[in-house]
Write a protein that binds this ligand. Structure first.
Ligand SMILES: Nc1ncnc2c1ncn2[C@@H]1O[C@H](COP(=O)(O)OP(=O)(O)OP(=O)(O)O)[C@@H](O)[C@H]1O
Ligand SMILES: [Mg+2]
Length: 374
């Protein structure tokens, strides 16, 4: 990680750009108790946006609790994480936290550990189990604390698609929605990195979280916003980059947030005074190379017809993939077969269905595929 361009972590402070509209919308949702469902492709900026909004909301009226449930494998893993985040992030002192446990969770004996991390004074682990603490009680915890604090609470849950992978997931989702939609003082912001799983949870009518809140689709940051951002960073290092060359960086990675920052860094590393278009070209090759092992791993085990469909997309065929001509030219088998291949590739987050056809989710994967797999 470097202090010029950030990628791989969360963008904050001077490394955060744009998102004015989305920030305003989320701040309003948070302050007025509207649930939010935030969806985007990978590494576009969901986590960074939510963390930014958390800094901006009026702390006198709203307490924002943030948790990442990536490592939760079951309903009670989730409850433990949820309850400790709510307790920990709504109390500044261990005594206040303990009192909340006693008043709202009953016969639970939490373990409080002094954290080696100086930014957090203590950590809490609850060890909740179904017998001493039924789901309803855990799910009501935030509401009861909010009433006590006379503040709204917004619970932001990152990697929420994980809940869709629990044993009995549908029942868990029903339980969560059932409890959450009755709450008056707590709202939720749910988001996660597996776009197609998140979309399935929120947009499928038969799923419990269907239309649970304001659905925000986070798009890429436009080049007009990236260009001054990139140029400013170069200026700070006493280097220059023209509008046109900065525009090439954006274009090469289709304005994808994480890649714009990574590619800009690779260009900066190769620049002495002024960045050139040739430098961008070489940096793009290096970017592809750096990601090559990961992409290779993502294509391991794909069948030959799945690879053939990717080849068609790489040749800029996006719709009409079931036409006789394309089926024959790319050896895709029958029409029904194309439907199955498409589903398999969408499930792997390799391609996505847009209004006008099928596209690669990841623009750099597209570059890699064109140069190595055709
Ligand atoms: N508003 C922004 N301004 C500048 N760069 C950004 C912004 N948002 C995201 N980025 C870039 O994208 C990277 C990924 O951001 P972030 O982790 O927030 O995305 P995400 O959508 O949560 O990713 P994932 O899908 O992996 O959960 C950051 O490290 C940064 O390089
Ligand atoms: Mg994220």
């Amino acid at each position: 990680m470097n202090d010029v361009f950030t990628y791989g972590g969360v963008a904050e402070g001077e490394n955060f750009t744009d998102r004015e509209d989305e920030t305003r919308r989320l701040v309003a949702n948070f302050e007025h108790g509207v649930n939010t469902l935030l969806v985007s492709n990978r590494r576009i900026g969901k986590t960074s946006l939510v963390r930014r909004v958390r800094e901006l909301v009026d702390g006198g009226k709203v307490a924002v609790v943030y948790l990442d449930v990536f490592d939760c494998r079951s309903e009670y893993d989730f409850y433990n994480k949820l309850a400790s985040a709510v307790l920990r992030q709504t109390a500044t002192k261990a005594e206040a936290l303990l009192q909340n446990v006693r008043s709202f969770l009953g016969s639970v004996s939490p373990k409080i550990t002094l954290s080696p991390d100086p930014t957090t004074e203590f950590a809490v682990s609850l060890g909740l189990a179904p017998r001493e603490c039924p789901p309803e009680r855990v799910l009501d915890l935030a509401e009861r604390i909010a009433k006590k604090l006379k503040k709204r609470i917004v619970v932001c849950i990152d990697e929420f698609q994980q809940v869709g992978e629990f044993p009995d997931s549908l029942q868990v989702q029903k339980r969560l929605r059932g409890a959450w939609q009755l709450q008056q003082h707590v709202s939720y912001c749910l988001f996660g990195s597996r776009k197609h799983l998140m979309t399935e949870m929120f947009q499928n009518r038969s799923m419990p979280f269907y239309q649970f809140g304001d659905a925000v689709f986070l798009d890429t940051i436009p080049a007009e916003k990236w260009i001054p951002f990139i140029r400013g960073k170069f200026r700070k290092q006493k280097m220059s980059i023209s509008e046109e060359v900065a525009g090439r960086i954006c274009e090469a990675v289709r304005c994808h947030s994480s890649y714009v920052q990574q590619l800009s860094w690779l260009v900066m590393l190769r620049t002495d005074r002024e960045a050139t278009a040739e430098t961008v070209e070489r940096a793009v090759e290096e970017l592809v190379e750096q990601n090559s092992a990961l992409f290779m791993q993502q294509t391991v085990g794909l069948t030959s017809t799945q690879m053939n469909l990717l080849r068609a997309i790489a040749n800029d065929l996006h719709d009409g993939l079931q036409s006789k001509k394309v089926l024959e030219e790319y050896n895709l088998g029958t029409r029904a077969n194309v439907g199955r291949i498409r589903k398999a590739l969408v499930d792997r987050d390799l391609v996505e269905i847009r209004e006008n056809g099928l596209y690669f989710c990841d623009p750099v994967f597209g570059l890699w595929f064109r140069s190595r797999c055709m």
